[in-house]
Design a protein around this ligand. Structure first.
Ligand SMILES: C[S@@+](CC[C@H](N)C(=O)[O-])C[C@H]1O[C@@H](n2cnc3c(N)ncnc32)[C@H](O)[C@@H]1O
Ligand code: SF4
Length: 405
């Protein structure tokens, strides 16, 4: 693991454990979570029409809005004073009115042996968010670059095998804080991001508004195809239906991890509020409404959910679906203070074979970025415990998360 940059050592606002946990629910609301800073005057995330309107509001011609769009999304300029095409008076006017581009400084980047890079961005309120760039060379030799983006700082849902969940929750990310992760990865790799997966820190469905706004920007402004974007969720009641209504061509990934309700509740505490039958129905409706295959993520935990019997039960759950799904088997990535273990390869292959023999398409996901703690579910804890941060004077903040009935 090589340290690429250490940009600054600023106080870190650290989230601590939530005091209240999951209770019975129908809808989800979050109380007393840390508020993001004021973001009304942030340029990143705005559409071309909005930027044109902004130019008009500043008594500029509408084409200045087009130039702003080009500077933000093509030239990726980070500071208003560097908008060299724009009149100095317009730049000054924007700044005086409190506008900013909305790009955060890179705090740290760590590269893994396989070329995966984990980036840590320092947000305006000193919170840190992690994002991962994963380069993949396909059989034809062309390179894909996947951005694994975060939607929240931490996560309130506390899945038992996930470092993010164990690290606590601070707040939702704003749309520009999601978009900028992709731009930061492009800057570091010096190439375009081809795929985006909402599989970093946080539960996207608990921050659906900002996730959808960021999705629009990534698609329309940064020109990443909708089909190249995946939104991953552990399942939050009513949100899959809502997402389906937008009829996006993006992939919905549902983190299942268990073949029956009892086991799922043990692994994913929030499953208590969203029975497997209801979740599966919503997923099927999603497929029928969008005609997009749903991807089921299944983290394999040795001796917990990885037996052939579990595979058979999972196949039964998916059997009536026909072609509308795919199962992604994710070998557990080790995290601190966890008794879970990654299954042996033989067990994973047997699990996949049991699915395939029942006509359920499945693949075992290749682990990327493990030695840099950049693999699925490993985000957050590593940096939180870094001595650099432990020594800082970041104030601690009690965050209470309640999932209400
Ligand atoms: C970190 S979550 C973020 C997206 C969303 N909250 C979800 O759970 O789908 C992305 C994926 O990482 C997986 N994951 C979490 N912890 C993991 C671990 N320790 N090993 C392997 N996969 C893990 C989750 O199951 C999920 O499929
Ligand atoms: S797996 Fe997803 S939902 Fe569960 S704690 Fe981690 S980030 Fe949150």
């Amino acid at each position: 693991m090589a340290l690429l940059h250490y940009v600054c050592s600023v106080p870190l606002v650290r989230a601590v454990r939530s005091r209240s946990r999951t209770v019975q629910l129908r809808t989800v609301s979050i109380h007393s979570a840390a508020r993001p800073p004021q973001v009304e005057r942030v340029l990143l995330g705005m559409s071309e029409q909005e930027l044109q309107q902004l130019a008009l509001d500043f008594s500029q011609e509408a084409y200045r809005g087009k130039q702003l769009h080009h500077l933000l999304y093509k030239r990726k300029v980070k500071d208003i004073q560097d908008f060299i095409y724009l009149p100095q008076a317009f730049r000054n006017g924007l700044q005086e009115a409190g506008w900013s581009v909305g790009r955060s400084p890179l705090y740290q980047a760590v590269t893994a042996a396989d070329g995966t890079i984990k980036l840590l961005l320092k947000l305006e309120d000193n919170r840190l968010v992690e994002t991962v760039g994963i380069p993949v060379v396909d059989e034809k030799g062309s390179v894909r670059l996947t951005a694994c983006v975060s939607s929240q700082v931490g996560c309130p849902l506390r899945c038992s095998f996930c470092a993010t969940g164990k690290g606590g929750y601070s707040r939702n990310l704003q749309r520009h804080e999601i978009v900028e992760q992709v731009l930061a990865i492009e800057e570091l790799f010096k190439r375009r991001v081809t795929n985006v997966v909402f599989m970093g820190m946080g539960e996207p469905m608990l921050n659906l508004k900002s996730v959808l706004e960021a999705h629009r920007c990534l698609n329309k402004d940064i020109q990443i195809g909708q089909r190249m974007i995946t939104i991953s969720t552990v399942g939050v009641p009513n949100t899959i239906k809502k997402l389906a209504s937008y009829k996006l061509q993006s992939t919905l990934a549902v983190s299942l991890h268990a073949s029956n309700q009892k086991l799922r509740e043990m692994i994913v505490p929030s499953a208590k509020s969203y029975p497997l039958t209801a979740l599966m129905k919503d997923c099927k409706d999603y497929f029928l409404e969008t005609n997009r295959r749903v991807s089921f993520e299944y983290t394999l935990l040795a001796g917990v959910n990885d037996s052939v019997e579990h595979a058979i039960e999972l196949a039964e759950l998916l059997h009536e679906w026909g072609r509308g799904h795919h199962v992604n088997l994710i070998p557990f990535n080790p995290i601190e203070d966890s008794e879970y273990r990654r299954p042996y390869k033989k067990a994973m292959l047997a699990f996949a074979a049991a699915l395939e023999s029942r006509k359920i398409t499945a693949s075992i996901r290749q682990t990327r970025g493990l030695d840099a703690s950049a693999a699925c579910g490993q985000l957050r804890n590593e940096f939180q415990r870094s001595p650099l941060i432990a020594d800082s004077e970041g104030q601690q903040e009690e965050v209470e998360v309640a999932i209400a009935a």
